[in-house]
Write a protein that binds this ligand. Structure first.
Ligand code: GLU
Length: 492
């Protein structure tokens, strides 16, 4: 069987981790077996449509490197790939079901349905349609349709027996038919519901496997009944385990951001995100944490998808990201920094940034950052021409606490030592400053604090000697002078 899988997002907002985890697992299955990965936009719920959501979804897929073989922008032989452009197919299916008495028109008003729900709640019964219109004769239904003006079409679920879902992850799951109500398949606005459109399209697009989140499992017996009534062959189903927040509840906004765009904006690398998401419900062997895209593709198997909930552990994601940041080749790392710096540095800094400078800075910070966003704050002083601002408290540090004249002396003697240095490189700077510390009878750390703060404007910065070497003699001396000037005035 050739594998055809799909990612079927509803454009109701920014794609979140749960959604894209489904996309990823489908993509992996397709790539593992040389199949096709299809994107289908399920945009039949007009009231929940959010402008820009499709573009965000496609962007997220591109960012993660989940390329699709058919779908928006890609085209394909089974299009169109927007459900809103396939309405005739759903009507045709609904007509067939009506003709076969597997569906019926329903004119119950929203008010009646609300009252029904309330009464069911009161009696502690499961909510669901009570089949009022199903019991009418065809003539009565026709009369009611005429009188009401608007109607929906409902599927006539079998009233007895059970529906067995054979799930590739969970095994056999049984659903009792009497507990499944006659759900709507065509709404009064002429649009299909998710159930009808999803089934019609999965069949029409020859989808072989449906990998989707566990929350859809209760829909699957309904879908199976639709397949049966339409005489269509169902795909293989695999429901992916629920994603949990750190507190054990289903991952949701209250756990913090869940949109993938958020993590992208926070400086996570797509390769880390991909690896992290792959482990939300799947594992190669219970011990391997780091898997490249190629290793994921080679190792992916449905039988290794778990049944139990997978926890979204932000600390794990952060640690993984640090791993992938450190694993980048130096040149690659430098180029990854570019957009963050060009975005984050003040407008006075000339763009595009110099590639050689980025490559020189890279090694000073690559080991120290977990997320690319951190780089702006950690390296801005390498790019700024304007004077930095200082607090005397920082310039004095622990070594010169409440001792501005001591810190001032340290800066002045440093200036006198560095300004005439014959070679300007990290080694020469280090020897000169260590000798100075000895001469002044200061602990090196105590002397280096005011120098570091003067040169960078920060108390924590990349390694000092390399930093000074890269900043250059002129700017180092200027900044030592400016910091000395600052020490002459009290803190505000
Ligand atoms: N449109 C559904 C969603 O937004 C698709 C569910 C499915 O894969 O069947 O998740």
């Amino acid at each position: 069987m050739s594998i055809r899988v799909r990612y079927a997002p509803s454009p109701t907002g920014e794609p979140h981790v749960g959604n894209l985890r489904s996309a990823l697992f489908n993509w992996l299955l397709a790539r593992r077996h040389g199949g096709r990965f299809i994107v289908r936009i399920e945009d039949t719920d007009q009231s929940r449509k959010v402008e820009g959501s499709v573009a965000q979804t496609l962007d997220a897929l591109r960012w993660l490197g989940l390329d699709w073989d058919e779908g928006p922008e890609a085209g394909g032989a089974f299009g169109p790939y927007y459900q809103s452009q396939r309405l005739d197919r759903y009507h045709e299916a609904a007509d067939r079901l009506l003709a076969a008495c597997a569906a019926y028109t329903c004119t119950c008003t929203p008010q009646r349905l609300a009252d029904l729900r309330k009464a069911q709640q009161k009696r502690k019964q499961p909510p669901g349609y009570d089949g009022r219109c199903r019991k009418l004769s065809p003539e009565e239904r026709a009369q009611e349709r005429e009188a009401a003006g608007a109607h929906v079409v409902r599927f006539a679920m079998p009233e007895a027996g059970e529906t067995l879902v054979e799930d590739a992850v969970r095994g056999q799951v049984r659903f009792e038919n009497p507990l499944l109500d006659d759900f709507v398949i065509l709404k009064s606005d002429g649009f299909p519901t998710y159930h009808l459109a999803n089934v019609v399209d999965d069949a029409a697009m020859e989808i072989s496997h449906v990998l989707r989140a566990e929350e859809w499992l209760p829909s699957t017996p309904r879908h199976l009944q639709l397949y049966r009534a339409l005489a269509l062959r169902p795909p293989i189903f695999a429901h992916l385990p629920i994603i949990l927040g750190a507190d054990g509840g289903k991952l949701s906004k209250r756990h913090g951001a869940t949109s993938v765009a958020h993590y992208r904006a926070e400086g996570y690398l797509p390769e880390a995100m991909l690896n992290f998401m792959a482990l939300l419900g799947w594992s190669l062997d219970d011990k391997t944490t780091y898997l490249s895209r190629e290793e994921l593709v080679a190792g992916f198997a449905l039988k290794r998808v778990g049944k139990t909930g997978a926890t979204f552990d932000l600390d794990r994601l952060e640690a993984m990201n640090g791993h992938y940041v450190r694993a980048l080749a130096p040149d690659q790392f430098a180029e990854r920094l570019r957009p963050w710096l060009e975005d984050g540095l003040p407008p006075s800094v000339v763009r595009p940034l110099d590639g050689a400078r980025l490559r020189a800075i890279g090694p000073l910070v690559q080991e120290r950052i977990k997320r690319l966003t951190e780089v702006v704050d950690l390296t801005d002083f390498f790019f700024l021409e304007e004077p930095l601002s200082y607090r005397n408290k920082d310039l004095m540090g622990k070594g010169f606490r409440d001792n501005p004249s001591g810190a001032l002396h340290a800066l002045e003697t440093t200036r006198a030592t560095l300004a005439p240095l014959s070679t300007w490189d990290a080694g020469a700077i280090e020897s000169a400053l260590r000798a100075l510390a000895e001469r002044l009878e200061l602990k090196p750390g105590h002397l280096f604090t005011p120098i570091r703060v003067a040169a960078t404007g920060k108390t924590a910065a990349p390694p000092l000697f390399e930093t000074l070497a890269l900043i250059g003699r002129t700017q180092t001396v200027q900044r030592l002078d400016a910091a000395a000037g600052r020490l002459a005035r009290p803190d505000d």
